[in-house]
Design a protein around this ligand. Structure first.
Ligand code: COA
Length: 254
């Protein structure tokens, strides 16, 4: 299974398990992620959720090959279903990141409540470099979280950032040794699970505040632009360049 789930001590752990393809996420995996999160939300036995990758990779983001073959055509496509589900989750979500977190691998973290980074964590959002645009309401949430200038470097230039920078700019809660980060995230999720359910849910809801509606609206705007750009020549060139292991040439387009 490319997406694994495991319930232990009231914490539902969702694991990316496709290491041969760097945990790149296919439509089927988005569907499985959305189902797992929805299941966690509705199952009374689940009091907190935890998202983890593999020791050397969190996720390489969208599976580019799958995206080209089966692009998301509507708001109900698995990728958008996943994003809506994680953005609207009422139960607390913790993430532990080791290795690269590319694209949605980074933007999904904006919807997690606590994020712990191993020393090897490397975050990047190369949407513009792929001829597409941000998703997961990252065009709204990232500037809010780290400031417009820093967000512009990450979202326009696609500049990657490491664990220490992520901590310095408030993107993660803590940096730990790679072999300690998952255990720590599990312990934090277990702490959340032991707290009064309604207090946790209400506090999360209050902190999200009026922003929740804006997040939904931004995701719709981003999604519409994203779907359109996916079929444009720039994205096709970027995806072809990825598979041919060469630099894309965007100057050929006016
Ligand atoms: N989509 C589809 N396949 C992917 C992928 C992706 N996003 N990321 C990696 N893979 C595949 C590679 O094609 C390769 O497959 P192969 O062994 O059949 O040739 C395999 O996973 C290993 O990837 P590789 O690039 O050799 O690993 P690496 O350790 O050198 O680099 C990454 C890892 C994550 C830095 C690099 O794979 C990468 O940059 N991936 C693309 C990330 C991206 O642009 N994502 C889209 C964001 S919207």
């Amino acid at each position: 299974m490319d997406i694994e789930t495991h319930l232990d001590h009231d914490v539902l752990t969702i694991t990316f398990n496709r290491p041969a393809k760097k945990n790149a996420i296919t439509a089927a995996m988005y569907q499985a992620l959305a189902d797992a999160l929805h299941g966690g939300e509705t199952d009374p036995a689940v009091r907190a959720m935890l998202i983890v990758g593999q020791p050397a990779i969190f996720t390489a983001g969208n599976d580019i090959e799958d995206f080209v073959k089966t692009p998301p055509h509507s708001e109900n496509s698995p990728v958008f279903r996943f994003l809506q589900t994680i953005a609207n989750a009422q139960k607390p979500i913790v993430a532990a990141v080791r290795g690269a977190a590319v694209g949605v691998g980074t933007t999904m973290l904006l919807h997690c409540d606590l994020v712990y980074a191993g020393r090897s964590a490397k975050f990047s959002m190369p949407f513009v470099q792929l001829g597409i645009c941000p998703e997961a309401a990252s065009s709204l949430l990232l500037p809010q979280l780290i400031g417009y200038r820093r967000a512009a470097a990450k979202l326009l230039l696609g500049e990657p950032f490491d664990a220490d920078e992520a901590l310095a700019i408030g993107f993660v809660n803590q940096v730990l040794a790679d072999d300690a980060v998952v255990a720590h995230a599990e312990a934090q999720a277990a702490k959340l699970a032991a707290l009064p359910r309604t207090s946790v849910r209400t506090t999360k809801w209050l902190m999200k505040g009026d922003g929740a509606a804006a997040v939904t609206e931004r995701m719709q705007k981003e999604g519409a632009a994203f779907r359109e750009m996916l079929g444009a020549p720039e994205a096709k060139e970027a995806f072809a360049a990825f598979f041919e292991r060469r630099k894309p040439d965007f100057k050929q387009f006016v």
